[in-house]
Each structure stands twice: as C-alpha cells, then as structure tokens.
Design a protein around this ligand. Structure first.
Ligand SMILES: Nc1ncnc2c1ncn2[C@@H]1O[C@H](COP(=O)(O)OP(=O)(O)OP(=O)(O)O)[C@@H](O)[C@H]1O
Ligand SMILES: [Mg+2]
Length: 396
C-alpha cells in the first residue's frame, strides 16, 4: 500500500516535471536512456511517461476530431501549450493575442478542431474560425485557460440554452438574435459554443470597412434590425445589459428578390439577466445609461435602450471605431436638439445629401433623443421607436 502510494506521488512529480518539456527534450531523454529501460522501476516509469507524452502529440498532429481528442485525454495542458502545432493560432494583423487567448486555440485543437484563424475576443470569451466554416467560442476568464477557473461558464451555458429556446419558440421574430450552440464543458470550468460565421464581423469592425454605407436608409435598416432583436429578448423577460457595437454581429441575408443585404444580430449574452431580477451589472462603460444602477423591470429594460441609442448616434457619426464619448454626445443631443446636433456633429459626414435625406436624419435623431433620455422614465418603448423608424422609412 505504502509502496503504491509512493509510486503514485513520484508519478505525479514526474508528470509535472515533463509538462514543462519540449518535444526535443523528450526526444533527447529517450535517446539518452534507450538502453536503460530496466534499471529501476522509477526510471521505467519516467521513460514510459515521456514516451506517452511524446507519442500523444505525434498522433494528435496527424489526426483530428475524436481521434485527436482521445490521444490527448491524459496529457497535461501545460505540455500541450508548449508542444501543440500552432501555426494557425498566431497574431492577426493589428491585434496582439494575449497568451490566454492563444491557449483557447490550443484547447480547441486538443479537442479535435482544426483551428484556422482568430476572429475576436472579449472579457469572457475567445472566438476562433475552424475548418468546415465552424465558429467556436471558448468562454473563459481572462487569465490562463486550463489553470484558472473559467468564470461564468455555467451561467453562459444556461444563457445559450435560454436564447435557443427563445429562437425555437419564435423563429420568425428571432432573426436578430445570434444563436450559439452549447457544445461541451469541462467540469463547468471551460465551456465551448458553436455559432454561425458572422460574415462581416461585429459592428465596430464593420463600421471601419468599405462595406459600411452611411446612407440614412441603410442606417435605419440597421436600427430596425437591432431594435427587433432587443424587442424579442425583452418580451421574453430578459435584458442584455451589455449592448455595445462589438456585441452586435453582422451576417448577410438574402432578400426575396434574390439580392442580399446585411442583417444585424444581437450577440454575447454573457451578462444577460432576467428583467425582473433586481441587481446591477457593471458593464459597457462607454454606452452605459447614466441611471444604469436603478433597479426594477422598467429601469433594467431601459438600460439597453439607452445603449442602443448611443450606438445609433455612432452609426451617423464619422467615427470608424466608435471611439467617441457617447454618453457626452447623448447628453449634448438631448440638450441642443436634433437640428443643432446635425450642424455641430454630422454636417461633415453628410456634405452632399439632399434635403429629404437630411430631413430623415433629423427625424431619426428625434427618436434617438427619446432613447437616450437621462432618466429611464422618459425613455421611449422599443415598439414606439420601431414605429417611428417605420414612418421615416415611408419618406425615403
Ligand atoms: N460568430 C462569429 N463570427 C465572427 N466573429 C465573431 C463571432 N462571434 C464572436 N465574434 C467576434 O469575437 C468577439 C468576442 O465575442 P463575444 O462578444 O462573444 O466575447 P465576450 O468575451 O463575451 O465579449 P465581452 O467583452 O463583450 O463580454 C466579438 O466582438 C466578435 O468580434
Ligand atoms: Mg462581446
């Protein structure tokens, strides 16, 4: 008994040591001891562990899916980080991946996915494009995946289930909610979700591309899509609490006449709450309502409306990455009114437009004023905002 316990302790110590080795270290060790196998049981154990680790990576590199996952089942994550082939898990242009973000790619690889490219990351998840047009979202905290517990993985799993139920029960009205499918978790510490590819990325990225068109008719369409998404969420009893441009994803939608248009979907339900639950969420600093800390169903729902109003101001502005202070702009809009706001902030961006388009922008600003009122009690209902926009569209 004592002997086997000793062996177990030594085995753990050996595994811990080898976890920090490179494949080359393994190779050198095996080469050096190729004739020593029978020297002692501990040495025998070490040789067999090094061989296992070394072979597992070799097998995993030449397989994928379940076969790779099985080969790596008992291999410490630290060893994978050091030795997994990661040619696709590299820094994308203009963005330096942090080590924990890279680790999520290696984690996906170890589960059998062939990772192709980094798509984006936030405070609680890293998203990777994988072979077969799969988009995988790994929910984690912002430390080291595999070593520090992933926060909220369990809640994110519940939230994904809730969104799926909402979409399933009302598919027609749920075109503007982004569906992510829960795939698996590891002791509720790591959660993996699969989603469709958002062809144009998130709204913040999209705004800086040449595909972004600031014509008022396009902006009204984007506003309608996002308000509809929020409407379905709220009518089902949930508030999003983190409405910001990088949580709105953009896909393509084929219209009945065969042409296509962009389609906005509300995404990232990481801090969603039941609308009746009275607790505060401290997120989304730039787009946060001034009375975001107020509790109660109406106040909670109207936080999201304020944030969306700020985004609508951003859609009209010449501001590629939503870098302005939108709380300040909202305050200014409410105090100086739509016409003066147009002259002060939007004139440059809309130099050669006709009177009708200008008029429609001013009318749209009138609705935004009602969305970004400082007190939630004065903010417009989603249905009313949608109706206003529908009426402006009639003038187009
Ligand atoms: N299906 C997708 N297709 C393309 N890009 C995506 C997709 N899902 C997410 N992304 C990108 O990854 C980023 C991070 O995703 P997500 O918002 O789900 O993470 P998060 O950690 O929960 O973010 P937050 O900091 O808002 O909590 C998004 O802003 C977007 O740029
Ligand atoms: Mg996000």
């Amino acid at each position: 008994m004592a002997k086997s316990l000793k062996m177990f302790v030594s085995e753990s110590a050996i595994k811990k040591e080898i976890s920090t080795w490179s494949l080359k270290d393994c190779e050198d060790y095996l080469d050096k001891h190729k004739n020593d196998q029978k020297e002692s049981s501990l040495m025998h154990k070490k040789i067999s562990i090094v061989t296992n680790f070394f072979n597992a990576i070799k097998i995993a590199t030449h397989t994928s899916g379940k076969e790779r996952k099985k080969a790596l089942e008992n291999i410490p994550f630290e060893f994978l980080i050091k030795n997994a082939p990661n040619e696709n898990i590299k820094d994308p242009p203009n963005k330096k991946l942090k080590s924990y973000q890279k680790n999520t790619g290696i984690y996906l690889w170890s589960l059998g996915y062939n990772v192709k490219r980094f798509l984006g990351a936030g405070c609680s998840a890293v998203v990777w494009g994988c072979e077969g047009n799969k988009v995988m979202r790994v929910a984690c905290n912002n430390k080291y995946l595999g070593f520090i517990k992933i926060n909220n993985a369990a809640t994110e799993i519940d939230d994904a289930e809730t969104i799926k139920n909402i979409i399933d029960s009302d598919p027609k009205n749920s075109h503007h909610l982004f569906n992510t499918k829960y795939i698996e978790n590891n002791n509720k510490e790591k959660a993996i979700f699969e989603a469709e590819l958002s062809t144009h990325g998130d709204l913040e990225k999209f705004k800086s591309t040449k595909d972004y068109n600031n014509k008022i008719e396009n902006i009204l369409q984007m506003a309608t899509d996002s308000l509809k998404g929020l409407n379905v969420l709220h009518s089902n009893g949930y508030s999003h609490n983190d409405i910001k441009p990088d949580n709105i994803l953009i896909t393509d939608k084929t219209k009945k006449n065969g042409t296509s248009r962009i389609n906005l979907k509300i995404a990232d339900f990481g801090v969603m709450t039941n609308i009746n639950k009275t607790y505060t969420i401290f997120t989304n600093r730039k787009f946060r309502a001034p009375d975001f800390w107020k509790l109660g169903k109406e106040a909670v729902a109207k936080r999201d409306i304020y944030s969306l109003g700020c985004i609508f101001i951003g859609l009209l502005m010449e501001d590629n990455n939503f870098s302005q202070n939108y709380q300040k702009l909202a305050k200014d809009l409410v105090s100086i009114g739509s016409e003066k706001f147009f002259q002060k902030y939007l004139q440059n961006n809309y130099q050669n437009i006709d009177d009708n388009s200008k008029n429609n922008i001013i009318l749209f600003l009138e609705t935004i004023i009602k969305m970004v009122q400082p007190s939630y009690k004065n903010r417009i209902e989603i249905a009313k905002a949608l109706e206003n926009i529908k009426n402006i569209k009639k003038n187009l």
